[in-house]
Design a binder for this molecule. Structure first.
Ligand SMILES: Nc1ncnc2c1ncn2[C@@H]1O[C@H](COP(=O)(O)OP(=O)(O)OP(=O)(O)O)[C@@H](O)[C@H]1O
Ligand SMILES: [Mg+2]
Length: 663
């Protein structure tokens, strides 16, 4: 658990704000982990220390590592280690009243937000609604209120969007709900308007450590600045070459802002890379040298030159997937490694499917991240709609989903009448069900099932509130709505089985988590909403990682297969057209620097687009890796390589031998 002198300096420095600016694998995250331990070791109470990570998964890992560094220190559990969004939830829960929210507000995901906007804007194409959603999100990230957005509108289109923004926010408040952007924006608003609340939180969180600082956006920076105060009690670590979230409003300029806002800022640079062997590092350095530099950085490694980066041309996608999967299977046997030592990284989610197929064929366990998360699956969203509603009966989107899934004889006309009635009286649909006036609008056979449903939700809510074990409540909920039959009646057997299996995994996970965190089922609902952000479950089993490059940020793997490295994919065609090559190059840099021992790069010579075959060019970034670090199989027939990796046919023969079976 050693540190080099610069890292030690960064860990010990507490005289003012500190920025650690350094390339990939130089131990920035390690500085944060050690600094937390250092603060606690010097007598700072854990409850006063806050660390911000980019993903929930990174937060969990950091918590575990610190737990291992300070065994027996139970107070370590009082550390705040979370994403910006999770911190936002905590602040909002504590200060809800000041913002006119219930502590049990709902958190809407992007799909819910889309549905609300679609209703507000009316029947236009999806693209228009998506653009509106994106615009509103940008306004929120720039901390612009609907009124300000309206004032700044220069043309009619903008003014219309700004009005939609206002309507959207009003709708959210009526539902006692917030969206992901609000998790940052509302705390900023709160702290700007309520000095007492800010004082309380400044007193509670006295030192901040921020990982992946280059990807914070404007609103997150404001929140940080409010909480850290003029004195700047923080350590931020980041790498401008790894800024890959500009498309979500992140702003590398925040690195410069930091120096302007905090003239006393100390900057420490780290230069030794502890992750990758020499050739991988050389390729990464050569590549990123093509970008204009914000800050001068060098990286070197003591891990030896290692294997060359291998570049391979593949006939097509199928061939690429088969070849990569076979190579992993054979490599694992030859080197006695674990599946978890391998990662397959790609630019876009849609690229995962064919790799999944071949991994399944070979019965190789894999873990998918960055794609549709577990929590975005329909069956999980059905169940969470119930939980959201139980926690907050004013959550109309959850009400609509739950009341119609499974079908219980409540039709669209009934819901429309209910919605109109509730709208006129500015109340939630749930509350309206119990209004006497509603009886004149609905027939008894329409009203009956609504009342039955709401009574049922109330009963579940009551039991959850009494602190009944989450497992019992969930089991009873599922059997009461007969969700299993709903799945098997509406889907084919295989699909239904998978989904039912997911539901059971989810309820088991919830129940375990309720126990471990000593939280009630209702408190967990907000945690679940956050899990939608970026990632899936924490799955510890030995498995190959299939991941987008974005979702692999901050991680490392001994062997990395970077696939589909072609023009129009990486760099992405839209980015090329928009002149955003630099950000794509940083993405490539992030991908290359995930590899510890060996990097395999591949590109396809042709791809199927619809019914047609298209020829593909290798990405310009391959040439930018430099000749020296590369061994290229590109010119040879990919089936007939003599570069130490067996041909596909030989691989198959080897895997077919008894005792070498995968899985
Ligand atoms: N002083 C050190 N001695 C030995 N190993 C180290 C040292 N510092 C860091 N490492 C190891 O190097 C690897 C990379 O460290 P870390 O993940 O902290 O880098 P990073 O700068 O955060 O990378 P990234 O930019 O990709 O997030 C880790 O396996 C870490 O344990
Ligand atoms: Mg890191």
């Amino acid at each position: 658990m050693s540190l080099n002198p610069r890292q030690i300096e960064a860990v010990r420095y507490l005289d003012g704000p500190l920025l650690v600016l350094a390339g990939a694998g130089s131990g920035k995250t390690r500085v944060i982990t050690h600094k937390i331990a250092h603060l606690v070791g010097r007598g700072c109470a854990p409850k006063h220390v806050a660390a911000i990570t980019f993903t929930n998964k990174a937060a969990r890992e950091m918590q575990e590592r610190i737990g291992a560094m300070a065994p027996g220190n139970r107070a370590v559990r009082e550390l705040t280690i979370s994403t910006f969004h999770a911190l936002g939830v905590r602040i909002l829960r504590g200060e809800a009243a000041a913002l006119g929210l219930k502590p049990r507000f709902s958190i809407l995901d992007a799909d819910d937000a889309f549905a609300i906007l679609a209703q507000l804007i009316g029947s236009v194409d999806k693209q228009t609604i998506r653009r509106a959603q994106w615009q509103i999100s940008s306004w929120k990230n720039a901390l612009l209120s609907p009124e300000e957005a309206e004032k700044q509108a220069t043309d009619e289109q903008h003014a219309t969007l700004a009005r939609a923004y206002r309507q959207y926010d009003l709708t959210l408040r009526a539902y006692q709900a917030v969206d992901f952007d609000d998790l940052i924006g509302l705390p900023v608003q709160l702290f700007s308007e309520h000095a007492d609340a800010l004082g309380r939180w400044r007193d509670r969180l006295r030192y901040f450590l921020i990982d992946e600082y280059q990807d914070t956006n404007g609103a997150q920076y404001r929140l940080l600045r409010l909480l850290c105060g003029e004195a700047g009690r923080f350590t931020a670590v980041g790498d401008d070459d790894q800024a890959i979230y500009a498309w979500r409003g992140a702003n590398v300029e925040n690195l410069n802002t930091l120096q302007t806002d905090y003239p006393q800022l100390k900057v420490i640079k780290l230069e030794q890379n502890y992750r990758s062997t020499g050739r991988i590092l050389q390729a990464a350095n050569t590549l990123i040298a093509n970008n204009p530099k914000l800050f001068e950085k060098r990286l070197w490694s003591e891990l030896g030159a290692g294997e060359p980066v291998q570049v391979t041309a593949m006939k097509d996608e199928e061939h690429e997937a088969e070849s990569v999967v076979m190579r992993i299977a054979a490599h694992r046997i030859q080197h006695r490694t674990a599946y978890a030592d391998y990662a397959i990284l790609y630019r876009g989610n849609h690229q995962a499917r064919v790799f999944e197929q071949y991994l399944r064929n070979q019965r190789i366990p894999y873990r998918l991240s960055g794609g549709q998360s577990f929590f975005e699956r329909a069956e999980i969203k059905d169940l969470t709609a119930y939980l959201r509603l139980v926690a907050n009966v004013d959550d109309d989107p959850a009400f609509i989903r739950a009341v119609t899934t499974p079908r219980r004889g409540i039709g669209p006309q009934t819901l429309e009448a209910l919605g109109a009635y509730a709208g006129e009286r500015h109340m939630s649909m749930f509350a309206a069900v119990y209004e006497l006036g509603l009886a004149s609008r609905l027939k008894p056979q329409q009203l009956g099932p609504l009342r039955t449903f709401c009574d049922f939700i109330n009963r579940i809510g009551h039991r959850a509130e009494q602190g009944e074990p989450a497992r019992d409540v969930l089991d009873d909920l599922l059997s009461a709505i007969d969700y299993r039959s709903h799945l098997f009646d509406s889907l084919d057997t295989r699909d239904a089985e998978t989904r039912w299996d997911n539901v059971q995994k989810f309820t088991a996970w919830l129940a375990d988590k309720a126990e471990a965190d000593e939280k009630t089922l209702l408190e967990l609902t907000q945690t679940v909403a956050l899990m939608n952000l970026l990632e899936g479950r924490n799955d510890e089993s030995d498995a190959v990682s299939l991941s987008t490059i974005h979702a692999a940020k901050g991680l490392e793997f001994p062997y990395v297969f970077l696939v589909g490295v072609e023009e129009d994919i990486l760099p992405h065609r839209e980015s090329v057209e928009a002149g955003k090559i630099d950000e794509e190059r940083r993405l490539m840099y992030v991908a290359v620097t995930r590899a510890q021992k060996q990097l395999f790069v591949s590109h396809c010579l042709k791809r199927r687009r619809g019914k047609e075959w298209q020829t593909c060019e290798p990405s310009r970034f391959i040439a930018e890796l430099g000749e020296e670090a590369i061994r290229s199989g590109a010119k040879r027939d990919p089936d007939d390589r003599s570069d130490g990796i067996a041909s596909l046919a030989a691989l198959k023969a080897m895997l077919a031998k008894p005792g070498n079976a995968t899985g």
